[in-house]
Design a protein around this ligand. Structure first.
Ligand code: IMP
Ligand code: MG
Length: 196
């Protein structure tokens, strides 16, 4: 029984219901520890630079918000949105820009902040568009990386975790726009997208 039913009737019960996940892949503590390490590394590498963190909506927003609290050098943030999987778990290979940056990036040190690199299609496309805008430097920081799924090689400077070829949700990552709120990264149960 959910003891928080009166105060938080839906949110609380959703958060503690594990039926839609098959395993917790990266616990909250491990995520936060690694993000602190990444923040320290980025702060060291970008001292004296004109740093702009470019977050790819929507999956990377939780990562971005925790990461910037661990970055000690001055920086700005901006957002871009690309089309993703929609409600499925397999990439369509088609990338569209749904929202562009607010400001020019010419002469800036741009660090793309991504939730996950799967086939590499999205980032390969983004890198080509952004390079044409003449940033001073252009690098990638991804929380999760699925190396076994790569179709297009992309140069990644910072990786939080290499993970196996499993569809994951939580900590910003969704399935059909759900489960982004989980504080950990979990493997989505096949029962959710392939019910018997
Ligand atoms: P790529 O273009 O194949 O590298 O796919 C990148 C995008 O696909 C990510 O930014 C996510 O939005 C989505 N994606 C890939 N793998 C997963 C996953 O395991 N869970 C949730 N979203 C994923
Ligand atoms: Mg993404």
């Amino acid at each position: 029984m959910c003891i928080h039913r009166i105060v938080y009737p839906i949110a609380r019960c959703t958060l503690i219901d594990p039926s839609y996940i098959s395993e917790v892949l990266i616990a909250e503590e491990a995520l936060q520890k690694r993000i602190a390490e990444l923040g320290a590394e980025i702060s060291k590498d970008y001292q004296g630079h004109n740093l702009l963190l470019l977050s790819v909506l929507k999956g990377s927003v939780l990562f971005l918000s925790d990461l910037i609290r661990r970055i000690t050098v001055p920086h700005a943030i901006d957002f871009m949105a690309t089309s993703s999987y929609g409600a499925g778990v397999a990439s369509s290979g088609v990338v569209r820009i749904l929202k562009d940056l607010d400001s020019p990036i010419e002469g800036r040190d741009v660090l793309i902040v991504e939730d996950i690199i799967d086939t590499g299609t999205t980032l390969d496309y983004l890198m080509r568009i952004l390079r044409a805008r003449m940033p001073r430097s252009l690098e990638i920081c991804t929380l999760l990386n699925k190396p076994s799924r790569r179709k297009v090689e992309v140069p990644v400077k910072y990786v939080g975790f290499d993970i196996p070829n499993k569809f994951v949700v939580g900590y910003g990552l969704d399935y059909a726009e759900l489960y982004r709120n989980l504080p950990y990264v979990a493997v989505l149960s096949e029962r959710v997208y392939a019910p018997e």
